[in-house]
Design a protein around this ligand. Structure first.
Ligand SMILES: Nc1ncnc2c1ncn2[C@@H]1O[C@H](COP(=O)(O)OP(=O)(O)OP(=O)(O)O)[C@@H](O)[C@H]1O
Ligand SMILES: [Mg+2]
Length: 609
């Protein structure tokens, strides 16, 4: 039930949900936008309403029963009636307690279910975004959106809703009860209402600002922490620990100060209300006491009034506190709304190619006058045209920033070209469902990403439909089997986050096995720039040859030795194809490739022809 509003600008490239001025609903309407999520739980919310009514009635009945005891029984020495009243009082307290318990449980159940759904939709929505979205939205912020913003919004569905209903209702019920008892005294009591409003208004503004400040400072700490832990190696290598610790200390201190300030304001606010409440009690003793002396009211009525005045302040206090929850829920809902608002730039076609055609794809890749830039008007690829026949092994070389990775990102449809068409077996790649395309085109990237889990899980990427035997075969094909079997628990060895307990070569081999298990028609390999030792390089070379067998293979090579045997080598230069041909042809041409080759020969001794 994701909320989809059409991005009015239609500009996919500025898919930035982090900008505060990004279009989106603000304030209360941002929260209302999430309200449809509550619809399946409407019965729960109605039940809560009924339970609140029971609970509030019990709360209002209690002082009344005491009043009746005093005025009608104690004053008249009626012991038997008193016993009945005591029993009724116990009954009312018990019913109220049970109702209160149930109302909380039912509400939590509904509220947490709502949040689970919002979170699930948000995750799916983020998952379906194109790479441009992730270029523009810091991962840390998206993590906050999915984890803590949803948590904050849940306060709206649980606490705020409950407070509004329960406390709002109890204020009304208390006022009604007071008017029932004695309209004149009740009217006099209402004098304090404007005072309460004035105090609340005064503090509300200050409290909101103070809370906002603490939240901002806390998110500064979180951002700092995330960045520093991600870059901990660099920090240690460059001996920046002390400096970073000092900066962290400053952020930490500023958060402490903001918190103390917010706490101070909130305590002052609560105490002011409390003092006001006690003053009201004193005034009641004076006014009501006089009325009792003049026999205008009974003593029990005075008792009830004093109780009600005390009870009156509690819901008001809670509602004002909930005001802050409402504020932060609105901010969080705005942030969530902004993420929901970004339409996935790359959508599946309405009538994708049928499975029969997908299954028959042999792996012919065609770039037809493709031009592309990450920013509008700044092309990084210009007029790229080439064709690769099924089963060919093609090398891509070129200086850093020439656009090699960009070519592959377009083929995997992480981005859309600005001009031109990319075809697979003659079909425009936009005609495939993305899931099909990504099964046909496998990508091994510069930095292998491994997940927390076993080696087995990582090779089959948690797809249990691939049997372990197939995984083992895949590992054998690429020569990863012997490496994996040397690990402490073989295929069941648990990898740390990002595969930190493996070497670069081992990670690379596992990623090859992953590709063989996936068995794509087209394989893209973005070779690691890191220098591998000769043993590892040998493994990787062998693995690569095994993976390339029987499929179209496009290899971005940083070491020219990787592609010397290629059917063809395409040389990119500043976003254009400068030359193409076999190793021998290109050397004979004496152009850019020959130049690259000459230089790599100087740098890597022994790699000259
Ligand atoms: N996500 C991105 N957003 C904006 N610009 C990008 C992005 N990725 C790459 N670029 C720019 O596009 C150009 C081509 O980058 P690309 O990654 O394709 O180069 P490359 O040939 O793969 O380089 P290398 O050999 O260093 O991997 C570079 O100028 C780079 O700055
Ligand atoms: Mg690259």
């Amino acid at each position: 039930m994701a909320i989809r509003t059409v991005n009015p600008s239609g500009m996919a490239r500025t898919a930035d949900a982090s900008q505060p001025d990004a279009p989106g609903r603000t304030g209360f309407s941002a929260l209302l936008q999430l309200l449809p999520y509550a619809r399946p739980y409407i019965l729960h919310f109605l039940a809560v309403l009924a339970l609140v009514l029971v609970f509030n009635t019990s709360a209002v009945l209690q002082p009344y029963l005491v009043k009746v005891s005093i005025d009608s029984h104690i004053a008249r020495g009626d012991a038997a009636g008193l016993r009945w009243l005591a029993a009724a009082y116990v009954g009312v307290v018990l019913v109220g307690g049970v109702a209160n318990y149930l109302q909380m449980i039912v509400l939590q159940k509904a509220g947490q279910s709502v949040i689970r759904q919002i979170r699930a939709d948000l995750f799916r929505h983020v998952e379906s975004q194109s790479m441009a979205f992730f270029d523009h939205n810091a991962i840390g912020r998206l993590v906050t959106n999915v984890s803590s913003d949803t948590e904050t919004v849940s306060q709206f569905f649980t606490q705020f809703f409950l407070s509004l209903v329960r406390d709002g209702l109890s204020v009304v019920m208390i006022v009604v009860a007071m008017f029932e008892l004695d309209a004149r005294i009740a009217l006099e009591c209402l004098v304090i209402v404007p005072v309460i409003f004035a105090i609340s208004a005064f503090f509300r503004v200050r409290l909101r600002r103070a809370y906002q400040e603490t939240r901002t400072r806390l998110s500064n700490i979180v951002a700092f922490l995330a960045e520093n832990l991600a870059g901990i190696r660099i920090i240690q290598l460059f001996n920046q620990e002390a400096r970073q610790a000092r900066r962290f200390g400053e952020l930490n201190e500023s958060h402490r100060q903001a918190n103390i300030r917010a706490y101070g304001i909130s305590v002052l606010f609560n105490r002011s209300l409390e003092v006001l409440g006690n003053l009201a009690v004193a005034a009641m003793v004076l006014i009501g006491g006089r009325a009792v002396l003049h026999h205008a009211i009974l003593f029990g009525t005075l008792y009830a009034f004093i109780s009600y005045i005390r009870q009156f302040f509690q819901p008001i206090n809670t509602i004002t506190q909930q005001w802050n929850n409402l504020q932060s829920s609105m901010v969080a809902a705005e942030r969530i709304g902004r993420v929901f608002q970004v339409e996935p730039q790359i959508q599946d076609p309405p009538d994708p190619l049928p499975p029969g055609i997908v299954a028959s794809v042999r792996g012919r890749v065609e770039f037809d006058h493709v031009t592309f830039g990450y920013q509008p008007g700044q092309p990084v690829l210009r007029d790229i045209t080439f064709t690769v026949e099924p089963g060919e092994f093609i090398g891509f070389v070129g200086a850093t920033g020439a656009g090699k990775t960009s070519v592959m990102s377009l083929l995997a449809r992480f981005y859309e070209p600005d001009e031109g068409v990319i075809r697979l077996d003659g079909w425009d790649i936009r005609q495939f469902r993305q899931a099909d395309l990504h099964r046909l085109i496998g990508l091994v990237q510069q930095d292998v990403h491994l997940f927390t889990g076993t080696v087995l899980d990582n090779i089959r990427l948690f797809r249990d439909d691939i049997p372990e035997s197939a995984v083992r075969r895949a590992a054998e094909v690429v020569g990863a089997a012997e490496v994996i079997e040397r690990l402490p628990q073989g295929y069941q060895t648990r990898l740390y986050a990002k595969g930190a307990n493996l070497s670069t070569g081992e990670r690379q081999l596992i990623s090859f096995a992953r590709i063989v298990a996936l068995n794509p028609r087209v394989l893209i390999l973005d070779e690691a720039t890191a220098n591998l030792d000769s043993q590892t390089e040998l493994w990787v070379q062998r693995g690569l040859r095994a993976v390339a067998r029987n499929r179209t293979t496009l290899v971005i090579a940083h070491r020219l030795s990787t592609v010397r045997e290629a059917d063809r080598i395409i040389v990119l230069d500043r976003g254009r194809i400068a030359e193409s041909g076999t190793h021998a042809q290109l050397l004979a041409q004496g152009g850019l490739y020959a130049e690259l080759h000459r230089r790599s020969g100087v740098e890597v001794a022994g790699d000259t022809v």
